[in-house]
Write a protein that binds this ligand. Structure first.
Ligand SMILES: NC(=O)c1ccc[n+]([C@@H]2O[C@H](COP(=O)([O-])OP(=O)(O)OC[C@H]3O[C@@H](n4cnc5c(N)ncnc54)[C@H](OP(=O)(O)O)[C@@H]3O)[C@@H](O)[C@H]2O)c1
Length: 393
């Protein structure tokens, strides 16, 4: 069993006040015999063969609010697979520079080696002096912002605001499957879709269409919406119908049936369409699904900046948003872009729902740490029913 000791970075330049804080930073230290860990990393962009199991440095606490987690399980998300192909690199490098996520590394070295993985369950092994809500040894779950080094490694360093004690009724494998997809569904519906206003204003029951209810985000979106008392219509392949019935969806439509589009239209109008199946605003408009707000999780935001640079990419993003949102006599609906948001508020909402069994985790397949590339391959193939999880115990 690896032991851990001082994991603050002494190379940082400190003033007197900072030095005082620094000396208290790593309270509850343990002894160190090895400062290395196993991590799946990429050293350049490309295909899945770029994933290499490497010996990496155990990350060091650098802020009073940091916690170091021994990872017990982590999920694989479509963004992990996309990031291997350099998706979002321009924006993420900019965030890494401006947010100082690379303090322990030379400036020229902020991108590689890159560890992927965004949500995890694990055990707290060290914490900064500003962390009161967690104890060493707590079994926790949490998320890592996308510009930071991820959790497909034995240890992950993360701000304590993004880590909670894991609900007792959720196993570590199940816990690892929930938060990234759950926070994506939560922010896309609650803020982007405007469910927050609708619930606060206590308007009549909302009717939401979840396109692609069978995947990681869709299964959680359905459950969040049912917890918020909305009516949920969803689309999926035939084999997923029973699963989505168990999650509480009110109307389930097999999108491969010939009358699927007419059934979706007949079940409308929808306050929100949440598109978890990457169909796009043009397709939904063409199909004539009646709605007020269309929220896609596959916006061109990062891709435009990757392709056109920060300035022209941002201008293109603005243009794309305006193009879809100019009201005309025949189109009064809005097109909005939904994203994963690493939000402590969102984590607390999901925590409470999981504790109350209003969120049931859906784990399709569990892989060992050594089999991680196979798990990426599975996610890359699509057609998921819930989540794919890596067991690291
Ligand atoms: N913007 C963000 O921050 C963010 C965050 C998370 C996810 N995402 C994106 O959101 C999407 C959903 O994520 P996820 O993790 O849920 O992906 P996922 O687990 O791969 O789920 C996608 C689901 O959609 C189903 N599907 C495919 N085509 C469909 C169609 N025409 N109609 C209905 N269902 C269809 C798939 O099953 P079958 O093909 O077998 O029917 C699968 O179950 C992905 O494209 C992902 O990249 C974005």
């Amino acid at each position: 069993m690896m032991k851990i000791t001082t994991i603050v970075n002494p190379k940082r330049v400190f003033g007197l006040a900072q030095l005082r804080a620094f000396s208290q930073l790593a309270i509850k230290q343990k002894e160190v015999t090895d400062d290395k860990m196993q991590a799946w990393q990429i050293h350049c962009y490309g295909g899945l063969d770029e994933l290499k199991l490497t010996k990496a440095k155990i990350p060091m606490l650098t802020r009073p609010s940091d916690v170091l987690i021994k990872v017990d399980a982590a999920s694989v998300n479509p963004i992990d697979v996309a990031m291997i192909r350099s998706y979002g690199a321009t924006t993420l490098n900019l965030l890494r520079k401006t947010k100082g996520c690379c303090e322990n590394r030379p400036y020229s070295d902020i991108e590689f080696p890159l560890t992927l993985g965004r949500d995890f369950a694990g055990t707290v092994v060290s914490k900064g002096h500003g962390v009161d809500k967690l104890k060493i040894g707590d079994e926790v779950w949490g998320v890592v912002p996308i510009e930071q080094q991820g959790c497909h490694a034995e240890f992950v360093l993360v701000d304590s605001s993004l880590v909670n004690v894991r609900p007792a009724n959720v196993s570590y494998i199940e816990a690892a499957s929930i938060l990234y997809a759950g926070l994506t569904a939560w922010s896309a519906l609650w803020y982007t879709g405007g469910m927050c206003y609708k619930t606060v204003l206590k308007q009549q029951k909302k009717r939401i269409l979840v396109l692609g209810g069978s995947g990681g985000v869709g299964t959680l979106a359905i459950q969040l919406l049912k917890a918020w008392n909305a009516q949920v219509v969803t689309t999926c392949s035939a084999d997923a119908i029973d699963m989505l019935q168990n999650l509480g969806a009110d109307v389930i439509i097999d999108y491969k049936e010939s009358d699927a589009d007419s059934r979706v239209i007949a079940e409308g109008p929808y306050d929100i369409i949440l598109d978890c199946s990457n169909q796009g605003a043009d397709t939904v408009k063409l199909k004539g699904y009646p709605h007020s707000n269309y929220v896609t999780l596959n916006s061109p935001l990062l891709k435009n900046i990757d392709e056109h640079g920060l300035l022209f990419g941002s201008i293109k993003n603005l243009g794309d948003l305006i193009k879809y949102n100019i009201p005309t006599s025949e189109n009064q609906s809005f097109v909005k872009w939904g994203f994963f948001v690493p939000s402590p508020t969102g984590i607390n909402v999901i925590q409470e729902l999981a504790e109350n069994k209003q969120i049931i985790p859906v784990v399709q397949e569990v892989y060992s740490f050594g089999e991680l590339p196979k798990a990426y391959e599975k996610v890359g193939e699509g057609h998921l029913r819930g989540k794919v999880v890596i067991d690291m115990r």
